[in-house]
Design a protein around this ligand. Sequence first.
Ligand SMILES: [Zn+2]
Length: 137
Amino acid sequence: MPKRPQPRFPEPNSQPFWEGVREGELRYPTCDACSEVVFYPRLHCPFCGSRELSWKVSRGEGSVYTYSVVRQNRMPGFIELGAYSVAYIDLDEGFRMLSSVVGVDDPTRDIHIGQRVKVEFEPQEEGDYPIPVFRPI
Ligand SMILES: [Zn+2]
């Protein structure tokens, strides 16, 4: 199977996120000044402008905010998947991330808004970063 797209470094905004993924953790930054969750990861807080952020580890559980199903993707790395979902997941810690719901027989039937899901890390080729995806719980 061809390679999935991978992050490129140096990438100071998201590198701690990807290092967490490699260690089996879903990390997210919060603002030390106003306590807001900052996701997608950035070097500053979009709510108050502070650059004092701390990384935390999510429990990896949340619910499907919305989703779509890609029935055919001819891009290398996706062509052999068949139909797959692209989903926004609301994590319990208060951030929303774009990912995919996996482990269902038919993504056109078996995924629902509000469905509870948990993160898992899909292994890639040796040395590549795993891809965080979500499975119904
Ligand atoms: Zn802030």
